[in-house]
Write a protein that binds this ligand. Structure first.
Ligand SMILES: Cc1cc2nc3c(=O)[nH]c(=O)nc-3n(C[C@H](O)[C@H](O)[C@H](O)COP(=O)(O)OP(=O)(O)OC[C@H]3O[C@@H](n4cnc5c(N)ncnc54)[C@H](O)[C@@H]3O)c2cc1C
Length: 381
């Protein structure tokens, strides 16, 4: 059942990623969660397969699959391991994509190409203590000094900050929010210890301190003062990818729950015979069908060059809220076993929760959507 006519190439991409996830990622998912790290060997293999550059054009070292291809790959990855999908998303869809969306040709050649080829890893540094939902309020300061900028400040909650080679960093200059590409081996970069998190534990999230870092002016992404716009455009794409991850996790939860409901017996019969269980499966299936439909509709619009800020906010809002319901029902169908670490559901339940928070909380998505509805006087998109 597909709400969208995928091309043969896209179907082949899905099969390739699914095989890889089944053989190389899923078997490691529990260890990744428990050890709170993704083995570098796995990241290397993901890069070699081209899954760190799926979305970018081939001329920049990417797979040329666009946003639809990226969503397909992330959907399959999140079926096996949400932590690994998060590492890839932060690297590609926001960290590297900021350079693709706003960077000069020189910046793309110098930084995007090795990132898309999987030779280097990226992070996206926007959030600060004073700039969470209010992301415009960044205080990290970039002061011009001849043909350089001197950067000082602190970022919080930055995915991949401890393992990345490059960070797309959002700072404040005299002309407003301005984005720069910085290299993590440059003097003045320090990533603090990883946060201890509820879920996606294998994906590392660190604070960053930047002290007197000298950054060449040519490392500015786009124009001075235009950084917030670049951040918002980048997040439009990032939120679609998060929606795709929700679809993947939801599909996996449905498969696990269906199998379990047919095999687990109570009152001398499989629990799948009980209408209460059947209705839970029906709700999970329906929600996931709706999630899948809006993800790929919005991704197709994005690939067609349409502005999708409202659509991607709706995708992120709906998919993240729906996934919480789906994994909650999946745990319920499994009874006590759903609460046990023996099965992946307990991890999937914890991992799902982040989707309502990062890349803008559900409340912030509602602000974006309602602002547009009011602007259009309710006229349909
Ligand atoms: C695991 C993880 C990974 C992350 N990775 C990255 C990353 O790679 N790069 C990066 O830059 N950031 C990252 N973040 C930061 C993330 O984007 C922020 O946590 C998120 O945007 C929310 O900001 P906050 O935590 O400061 O919450 P706050 O902004 O303090 O929000 C607290 C509550 O208030 C609500 N609220 C705030 N303002 C309003 C309003 N105007 N109207 C209604 N309700 C409102 C929020 O919805 C929320 O419920 C990550 C966070 C986590 C937890």
């Amino acid at each position: 059942m597909q709400p969208f006519a995928f091309t043969e190439e896209q179907n082949m991409l899905r099969e390739m990623v699914r095989d890889f996830v089944n053989t190389e990622v899923k078997p490691l998912a529990r260890e990744i969660d428990e050890q709170e790290r993704i083995p570098p060997e796995l990241i290397r293999k993901i890069g070699e397969l081209g899954l760190l550059g799926t979305v970018f054009p081939e001329e920049y070292g990417g797979g040329g699959f666009g946003e639809i291809g990226y969503c397909i790959a992330q959907e399959e990855m999140a079926r096996g391991c949400s932590s690994t999908a998060t590492l890839i998303g932060a690297h590609m869809s926001i960290g590297s994509n900021a350079i693709y969306i706003g960077g000069s040709e020189e910046l793309k050649r110098k930084y995007l190409v090795p990132l898309a080829r999987g030779e280097k890893l990226a992070a996206f540094g926007l959030t600060e203590a004073t700039a969470g939902s209010d992301s415009f309020n960044v205080r990290t300061r970039a002061v011009r000094d001849g043909d350089h900028f001197i950067i000082n400040g602190e970022k919080l909650w930055i995915t991949n900050a401890g393992i990345a080679d490059i960070v797309s960093l959002f700072c404040r200059t005299d002309r407003g929010v301005t984005a720069f590409v910085i290299e993590t081996q440059w003097e003045g970069y320090h990533a603090g210890p990883p946060e201890k998190k509820m879920g996606i534990r294998g994906s590392t999230t660190n604070p960053i301190t930047i002290t007197n870092m000298r950054v060449p002016a040519e490392n500015m992404i786009g124009q001075e003062g235009r950084g917030f716009l670049i951040a918002m455009k980048t997040l439009d794409a990032g939120r679609l990818g998060l929606g795709a991850c929700c679809v993947g996790t939801a599909k996996e939860a449905i498969e696990l729950s269906t199998r379990y409901a047919k095999q687990r017996k109570q009152f001398d019969q499989p629990i799948a015979n009980f209408q209460a269980i059947q209705f839970m499966l029906a709700e999970m299936y329906t929600l996931t069908y709706a999630m899948e439909s809006i993800v790929y509709r919005a991704a197709a619009d994005y690939d067609a060059g349409k502005k999708i800020s409202t659509q991607s906010a709706m995708v992120k809002l709906f998919c993240s809220e729906a996934l919480d319901r789906v994994v909650d029902l999946a745990v319920q169908i499994h009874g006590g076993m759903g609460y046990s670490r023996e099965l992946p559901l307990e991890r999937m339940y914890r991992d799902a929760r982040i989707n309502r928070i990062f890349e803008g909380t559900s409340e912030i998505q509602k602000l974006v959507i309602s602002h547009d509805v009011l602007k259009r006087n309710g006229a349909w998109l």
